[in-house]
Ligand binder design. Structure first.
Ligand SMILES: Cc1cc2nc3c(=O)[nH]c(=O)nc-3n(C[C@H](O)[C@H](O)[C@H](O)COP(=O)(O)O)c2cc1C
Length: 195
């Protein structure tokens, strides 16, 4: 169901107040709640409407198993120890998998990656505005063979990390921030590059 239209101010506000949160508590969205938000996020700009991604939620005790595998892939015992507990920082770890269509005649791989990042970013905004919270995390483990095997990542796919999803702890205040200074980011004038 598409909710009632938000005002432009409400959308601007939602973008400005969205924050990532490092530690999230129960509950996570239900399967039905997540599916609604993912369907909405899938409307993000996507050349060719390829939707070149898939998502693998890891919840409950599955997180411990993933933590063990991340530990096996870690470079040091200290990192392995941390990996086992890090997976418990949120009730849901949504694995983000890029499923690029190779040799597409019009949409090169980088555009497919851009479309996927746009979908994930939109999903973070939707989660935040629906009183969930999230943080996108990556790390070298995304390319570890054990981790790829555990999640069933196919050779042509790339694991882009996990969107940790849950509820913002009540004790944690909403971290407000000033919008970044983007004054030099738009080149209203430009000149040809010197060769
Ligand atoms: C592709 C991608 C990967 C990221 N990986 C990590 C990560 O591994 N660890 C981390 O602390 N933050 C990571 N971040 C940054 C956080 O998701 C988050 O954006 C950052 O903490 C800033 O918080 P904010 O979203 O409230 O501005 C990543 C962001 C992106 C877009």
């Amino acid at each position: 169901m598409i909710p009632a239209p938000a005002t432009a101010e409400a959308v601007l506000h939602a973008v400005l107040v969205r924050r990532s949160y490092a530690r999230l508590t129960d509950p996570a969205p239900t399967r039905a709640q997540l599916e609604v938000l993912v369907q909405a996020a899938a409307t993000a700009p996507d050349h060719g409407r390829l939707r070149p991604w898939r998502l693998i939620p890891v919840t409950g005790h599955e997180r411990n198993r993933l933590g063990d595998v991340l530990g096996e892939a870690a470079a040091t015992p200290q990192q392995a120890h941390r990996a086992v507990s890090n997976v418990l920082r949120a009730p849901m770890l949504l694995s983000i998998v890029l499923t690029p269509e190779a040799d597409h005649p019009r949409v090169p791989p980088w555009e497919q990656l851009a479309a996927t990042a746009g979908m994930v970013t939109t999903l973070t905004l939707l989660l935040d505005s629906h009183d969930w919270a999230s943080i996108w995390r990556t790390g070298p483990a995304v390319d570890a063979p054990q981790v790829r095997k555990h999640l069933g990542i196919r050779d042509e796919e790339k694991l882009l990390g996990w969107l940790y999803i849950g509820t913002r702890p009540q004790a944690e205040t909403v971290r407000q921030r000033q919008p970044p200074d983007t004054s030099g980011k738009i080149n209203w004038t430009y000149a040809p590059a010197e060769s």
